[in-house]
Design a protein around this ligand. Structure first.
Ligand SMILES: [Zn+2]
Length: 472
């Protein structure tokens, strides 16, 4: 860990200063080497070899980022076809570990890691933690999932590398968590923003005030969309000076440390992508054409540059993001590691309601920014699970302190301003909607909603603005 004094910008601490502050040219050279390595690894995998041959791509001719445009994308269906061992570009004897995707959109996929791959998770995790201001004096409460999922073990590696004292609590056990955060003077928490909001809610119910009873100073949030309003709520609830950070990654890409915030990007809603390990593109989800203009939303596509067991060639993440206006010019000095915006949604979460695109993250932002709302909300849609189009989407919101027509009307107005479309809003009492300990499932079909909130489901599709008075 090295700390530099930067003129005009104060102190910045780096984990691997040489590579974090390398020039764009130096990192491009590393990318060309990495791309060569990745293509060589891919040629050992029959699936990749066949696909490149079918597309008429000469792997030797793919030398730089621009050449990648001729390489076919890889998506979830192709990865599924490669199960049960996944990509596995190395002999099984060299695979140290398998993790699996969460299977949010189908069967979980196994992803292989060699010892070097696991070592790289620790390295990138240590870079993220250091950029977030976490150090060896911190005590961390770790709530990302364990088992087959990669989140928990990846955070453990990062904490160990940096020398943080960690409690591998995993998700759940909220009553223990809210007390331990107080009794141990925990300074860092890692979890989804949804779980952090749940902890705040449970703490207050138990008479614990997170702002004064907890000692948290850094939140390492990820695993789902970061809504700026949720981050504001968390920051307000926590002790003064608390900083909400975002760590981005997916299991297919080797875990949660593909990108992360620095002190400047945290305030901006962007993350630095570690460009010596990942070559990123943003593409139009429909045409596949590259999006290069800052601020224009597209799908993140990532090519791994160092992974041995599971090399990824143009992996379609389905995550929506955009280039930051100052992508290569962050005051923190990590100038060769470009900044992209926090993921605003997933291509498979985007709904087309009466012809207008609606992203759950936009609704989340509006609901959380409205005074008087509770912690739970759902978007209930009448669409088939695979489709994009819905004729109607109802926003069901918990209203704190009893049912209040003015809060419902306020949300309706704000949603119309934000989305350009009027959606029916249904109020429910506090604690009537589901709570999530990991990724929140905000979009539910009418049938799914009937299972979690039967008394409210009958009112979906009733007149807009209906205030629910469910039977008790
Ligand atoms: Zn930065």
């Amino acid at each position: 860990m090295i700390t530099y004094w930067q003129r005009g910008h104060g102190v910045t601490t780096y984990w691997s200063a040489a590579i974090e502050t390398a020039s764009v040219g130096e990192v491009e050279r590393l990318q060309r080497d990495g791309l060569r390595r990745t293509l060589r690894a891919c040629l050992r995998v029959p699936h990749y070899r066949d696909r490149l041959a079918r597309a008429g791509v000469d792997p030797a001719a793919v030398r730089c980022a621009d050449d990648l445009a001729s390489v076919p994308f890889m998506d979830k269906d192709q990865l599924r076809a490669m199960q049960p061992w996944g990509v596995c570009a190395t002999p099984l004897a060299d695979v140290a570990r398998f993790n699996a995707t969460t299977g949010t959109t189908g069967l979980p996929c196994n992803i292989a890691f060699t010892r070097l791959d696991l070592d790289d998770i620790g390295e990138l995790g240590a870079r993220n933690l250091t950029a977030m201001g976490v150090n060896g004096d911190d005590i961390a409460w770790q709530c990302y999932g364990y088992g087959l999922w990669i989140g928990g073990s990846a955070l453990d590696r990062a904490y160990e590398r940096v020398g943080v004292t960690a409690f591998p609590a995993g998700p759940g056990r909220t009553s223990l968590a809210i007390e331990r955060l107080r009794d141990l003077g925990v300074t860092v928490i890692s979890c989804t923003p949804t779980f952090a909001l749940l902890l705040v809610e449970r703490a207050r119910e138990a008479g614990i005030d997170p702002a004064t009873d907890w000692n948290l100073r850094v939140g390492i949030f990820g695993g789902e969309t970061m809504s700026p309003a949720a981050v504001d709520l968390l920051t307000e609830a926590m002790p003064a000076g608390f900083q909400a950070h975002n760590t981005y990654g997916t299991t297919e890409l080797g875990g949660p440390f593909v990108a992360g915030t620095c002190e400047f990007s945290a305030a901006q809603g962007t993350v630095h992508v570690w460009a010596d390990h990942h070559l990123v593109e943003i593409v139009d989800p429909e045409s596949g054409a590259r999006v290069t203009q800052p601020g224009v939303t597209g799908e993140l596509v990532v090519t791994s540059l160092r992974r041995e067991a599971s090399p990824m060639l143009r992996w379609r993440t389905r995550d929506l993001t955009s280039w930051a206006a100052d992508a290569y010019d962050c005051p923190c000095g990590r100038r060769a590691h470009p900044k992209i915006s926090w993921v605003s949604g997933r291509t498979d979460d985007v709904l087309k309601v009466r012809g207008t695109l609606v992203m759950p993250s936009q609704v989340d932002d509006v609901v959380r920014a409205t005074v008087g709302t509770g912690a739970g909300w759902q978007l209930v849609v009448d669409k088939d699970p695979e489709g994009l189009r819905a004729t109607e989407a109802t926003v069901v919101v918990e209203v704190a302190g009893g049912l209040d027509e003015s809060v419902v009307a306020d949300i309706g107005r704000r949603l119309a301003d934000r989305l350009g479309i009027r959606l029916p809003v249904l109020a429910s009492r506090e604690r009537e909607l589901p709570r999530y300990e990991g990724k929140a499932r905000r979009v539910l079909s009418v049938t799914e909603f009937a299972e979690v909130a039967p008394s409210l489901a009958a009112l979906v599709g009733a007149r807009p603005g209906t205030v629910a008075e469910p039977a008790r």
